[in-house]
Ligand binder design. Structure first.
Ligand code: FES
Ligand code: FES
Length: 157
């Protein structure tokens, strides 16, 4: 069964018919071309498919597209502004927190939501917030350092 839905992606209005069984991941990646939304486990375990929905990180593989009606969605493609990387993206580059990059969009979107929250996080809280993301390459230390750096910069601005 098809259903017409409307939402925004990175500030752009989208109107389309979706199958009521389609995931938001399938719609964003395969129908709208946002290939920064990665498919890893497909089961809500790895965080590779994370997008922000009204500012909250969500695993788009286990979120039905029809639930996105009226929501504001941000993918990794919407994070840099006017060709300039965001504070979180820069911190990932500076700390060497990217290897193959498959997990990186998800981490950056979750870290962006943390930075935007305006609250302070201890190292343990950062680890807990990031625990829904898996990285097969980096050993996590540089990712945590990058997020700490970005959050410290957010606090000072
Ligand atoms: S692909 Fe969605 S959580 Fe792994
Ligand atoms: S950088 Fe390769 S999975 Fe994280």
């Amino acid at each position: 069964m098809l259903k017409k839905i409307s939402f925004t992606v990175n500030g752009q209005a989208v109107n389309l018919d979706v199958d009521v069984r389609e995931s938001l991941l399938e719609v964003l990646r395969h129908r709208l071309g946002y290939t920064g939304v990665k498919k890893g486990c497909g089961a809500g375990e790895c965080g590779a498919c994370t997008v922000l929905i009204d500012g909250t990180p969500v695993d788009s593989c286990i979120y039905l597209a029809v639930w996105a009606e009226g929501k504001n969605i941000v993918t990794i493609e919407g994070i840099a502004k006017n060709g300039e990387l965001s504070r979180v993206q820069k911190a990932f580059v500076e700390e060497g927190a990217v290897q193959c990059g498959f997990c990186t969009p998800g981490y950056i979107l979750t870290a962006t939501a943390m930075a935007d929250s305006g609250r302070k996080y201890t190292r343990e809280e950062i680890k807990r917030e990031l625990s829904g993301h898996l990285c097969r390459c980096t050993g996590y230390q540089n990712i945590i350092k990058a997020v700490e750096k970005a959050l410290a910069e957010a606090e000072n601005n």
